[in-house]
Ligand binder design. Structure first.
Ligand SMILES: [Zn+2]
Ligand SMILES: [Zn+2]
Length: 394
């Protein structure tokens, strides 16, 4: 399914909607279905209203109108849902929907079995069963979702240009993966498999205003294709190429020297391994034990290197990082007595945008366009709705 095509079809509908609503009413952009608590097998939840009012529909029929107080309990019973409030049972149904009827509507949801943290979301909610699980779908506008993701993934206490940058990255990912869970009946999940989305973002926050101010903006490469907008916590002074980490070479994911992140908390680390463990590790990776010369073990990476080479055997630094659960693949190796000391830089895979560097760039007055084109070379920030014109039917 091509969502841009749908977007064109729905333009007429949206235009009529704009004409029929007061101008102060916020215009909702494309709606998304996001599966909540997707990494858990939820059996029952309790719902309450945070803001606005809802109508509650069961099997597409109205059950309650103007619901704005009290709790609603929903429990999965095999492939059906049992619904009740504090005082009475309403019956057993195939699906339940909460549809907001005020300009702004948000609700709280708390899984009871298993017991998990309560979260608050904007928009509507659809509950139904799918094979052996309860599907909990938040139906909300694109920008509400993006702001929620930026809040979850972007941390607190940063400047507007940083949040705008993160919003554009998250939006680029969202449009690029909007069909990722199509076979399951929703767009994206709320886990790290897609983008972590652990609740709504207050509409008064700078994260929300940064999201709205960059509404519809995405990042494209020189072929007018949405980029893989990879990011990580700290590059340690130099980003990595996508080829060295994922074997997929992208012209905009190439090493960039980054002077902005090197004073941040994740810029350096140290890890110690006993010399015996290190030698055994090398032997397991194909280095002939009798040929290992301890003088060869030391290694410096002034710029990022792809391979650690010992006795002619090449071991990718990305593999060493994974095998030893290291903070990054950007480290020197030194020998001290019976210990091997890894002196490392950065945190994360190192590909694409460095978050701590981007925070620093925002601090020094750089705008989102400068930040994005610094880390992703040769890209452009454009409105998604103009992409059809740029790239034709794809
Ligand atoms: Zn997912
Ligand atoms: Zn960096």
């Amino acid at each position: 399914m091509d969502f841009r095509y749908i977007k064109k079809i729905s333009c007429t509908v949206i235009w009529w909607t704009i004409l029929l609503i007061p101008l102060s009413y916020p215009i909702r952009s494309q709606e998304l279905k996001i599966s909540l608590y997707n990494d858990h097998n939820i059996r029952s939840v309790v719902l309450t209203v945070s803001e606005g009012e809802y109508e509650i529909l069961v099997n597409d029929s109205l059950l309650l109108n103007g619901w704005n107080s009290g709790a609603l309990f929903v429990r999965r019973m095999e492939d059906k849902l049992l619904i009740r409030d504090r005082y009475r049972g309403f019956g057993i149904f195939d699906k339940v929907e909460l549809r907001g009827i005020m300009p702004d509507n948000s609700f709280y949801i708390r899984p009871v079995s298993p017991g998990l943290e309560e979260r608050e979301y904007d928009g509507n909610l659809l509950l139904k069963t799918d094979l052996e699980r309860l599907l909990i779908l938040n139906i909300t506008g694109m920008e509400n979702y993006i702001a929620g993701v930026v809040q979850t993934e972007g941390g607190e206490g940063n400047l507007p240009e940083y949040y705008k940058t993160q919003a554009i990255i998250c939006r680029t990912y969202t449009f690029g993966h909007i069909q990722r869970h199509e076979g399951e009946g929703f767009n994206l999940c709320d886990g790290v498999h897609c983008q972590a989305y652990k609740g709504r973002c207050s509409h008064e926050s700078i994260i929300y205003s940064g999201t709205i101010q960059t509404s519809d903006l995405v990042i494209i490469d020189q072929d007018s294709t949405l980029i893989t907008a990879a990011f990580h916590s700290n590059c340690g002074g130099m980003t990595a190429s996508s080829k060295s980490v994922w074997l997929s070479d992208k012209p905009y994911l190439q090493p960039v020297r980054d002077p902005f992140c090197t004073n941040h908390k994740n810029s350096i680390w140290q890890f110690k391994i006993s010399l015996d463990d290190w030698l055994n590790y090398l032997i397991r990776n194909g280095v002939a034990g009798e040929r290992i010369n301890s003088r060869e073990l030391s290694f410096r990476q002034d710029v990022r290197k792809e391979y650690y080479i010992v006795s002619g055997v090449k071991i990718p630094f990305s593999k060493i990082r994974e095998d030893w659960n290291l903070r990054s693949s950007f480290f020197d190796i030194g020998i001290s007595g019976t210990e091997v000391i890894l002196e490392g830089r950065g945190y994360g895979h190192g590909v694409g945008l460095c978050q701590e560097g981007a925070m620093e760039m925002a601090q020094s007055g750089k705008n989102y366009n400068t930040i994005i084109t610094f880390y992703y070379r040769g890209v452009s920030v454009v409105e998604y709705s103009t992409l059809g014109n740029l790239s034709g039917e794809r």
